[in-house]
Each structure stands twice: as structure tokens, then as C-alpha cells.
Design a protein around this ligand. Sequence first.
Ligand SMILES: NC(=O)c1ccc[n+]([C@@H]2O[C@H](COP(=O)([O-])OP(=O)(O)OC[C@H]3O[C@@H](n4cnc5c(N)ncnc54)[C@H](OP(=O)(O)O)[C@@H]3O)[C@@H](O)[C@H]2O)c1
Length: 237
Amino acid sequence: MLSPDGRVIMISGASRGIGLAIARTLLGKGYCVSAGARDVEKLSVALSGPWQDRLLCCRYDAADRSSHQAWVDRTNERFGRLDGLVNNAGTSNTFTIEEGEEEELDALWATNVKGPLFLTRLCLPYLKECGSGRVINVSSLSGKRVRNENIAYNMTKHAVMALTHGTRRIGWDHGIRATAICPSFVATDLTSGVTKVSREEMIDPDDFAEITALALALPNTAAMAEMLVNCRLEDTL
Ligand SMILES: NC(=O)c1ccc[n+]([C@@H]2O[C@H](COP(=O)([O-])OP(=O)(O)OC[C@H]3O[C@@H](n4cnc5c(N)ncnc54)[C@H](OP(=O)(O)O)[C@@H]3O)[C@@H](O)[C@H]2O)c1
């Protein structure tokens, strides 16, 4: 296993939910974390703790490309290296095949697909340099099958699977390992309106964070391209 000591991981959408749990878990294990979120003040408060010497909080707005470059630059200035990128920031909407405005589709595409794509592009030179770079894309079981009407969400998460496999291909010879983690329901704000599964039955964000930490720690010789995480039995997954 790779040691967390000195390794630097960027995490998008670290202000709450899954991203916040991942950031706290990695900081607790000794990683250096560069956290990105739209509201830096809120992010800093959420990540208050004894690890400030290993933490950088930066603005990341998926819809604002200049914030992508600035975040990567500041990470490099502060830590001088980059070992991993966790593309977590994401959202959902109710755009269906039959209903919904094009702007809603574009907004979801920008956050769930274009953000991760361009961050990956910007991080690749640094990840190649370190020899054991990791890209973790927080996808979804909605990236593996279509089980509801929210077609835009399902399409963006299927695209994240393609991005992961593409990253895996071009990164492999440089020691980069890309993993798509595909959860079912996780108990966060995103699922606050879900009634068919109770909060207690959903995946705990802290457990999801441990899975992410495992994907980051596995050596180049034991890579998982996809990790499917269920909280309930499905027929095929
Ligand atoms: N919860 C689930 O059941 C579930 C299941 C499968 C996959 N996922 C995936 O897990 C990831 C995290 O979801 P979550 O459950 O933790 O949701 P959440 O609690 O709603 O948190 C979403 C995070 O993404 C950030 N974000 C949203 N739009 C953004 C944008 N345009 N630019 C930058 N950051 C943005 C939010 O930042 P702000 O605080 O600024 O809004 C927040 O930090 C998403 O990719 C989601 O699709 C979740």
C-alpha cells in the first residue's frame, strides 16, 4: 500500500456531503489535502481541525474554467506536487427525455462531466510526474444502468465512466490509476428528498470515504477501474 505521508490530493466539492467526508478522512490519515468548493469561507469552516498545515482551501466552480487553473496552480505553489485528484463535485436534476430546458441539461453537463474532464487535463502533467498518480471519479450506479427518469443525470454519470476509462488508458504507462466509484444512495443533501430508502439504509458518507481512501492507497499493481457500492440488492449489480 502507498503511504499517505506527503501525498497531496485535490478534492472537488469538499464543502459538504461525500466530498467533505473524503477530505476529513484523508486529513485524518495524514494526507495533504487541497480542497475545492464554490464558497471558500464555508469550506474553511467545514474543514476546521488540527490539520491546517496540511490543508489548502481554494475556490472551485465547475462552471468557471478560470477557477480550475487557479486551483491547480495554487495547489502546486503550496505543496510542490500532486498525487491524486478526486472528482467529486456533482449535482442532479429532474430533466427527462420528455421534459426539461436545454439550460438544465447544459448546467448538469458542465458540473458533472466538463468540470472533471478539464480538471483531469490540468492535473495530468503533475500526476505523471509523481509516478503513482490517482484519479478517483465519484460516479454513481446511475453510470452503470438506467433505473429512473432523470436522463440527464444518468447520461452524465455514464460519461464519467467513459472519462475514467479514458484516463486509465492514457495514464497507465505513467503510473496513473483511474477509478470510478459508483455508489447507490448515500445519505447526503442530494438524497434528502428520497423516500423509497430510509436514511439508515443508505451508504454513510464516512464509509464511502474509506472506500475512496482504499482506492488512493492501492499500489500501481493492484488497480480497480470500477468500484460498485450497494446499499440494497439489485438484480444485475
Ligand atoms: N448522494 C448520493 O446518493 C449519490 C449517489 C451517487 C453518486 N453521487 C455523487 O456524489 C457526488 C457528491 O454528491 P453528494 O451526495 O455529496 O451531494 P451534495 O451533498 O449535494 O454535495 C455536492 C457537492 O458538489 C458541489 N457542487 C455542486 N455543483 C457545483 C459546481 N457547479 N461547482 C463546484 N462544486 C459544485 C457542492 O458545492 P456547494 O456546497 O457549493 O453547492 C457540494 O460540495 C456527486 O458527484 C454525486 O453525483 C451521490
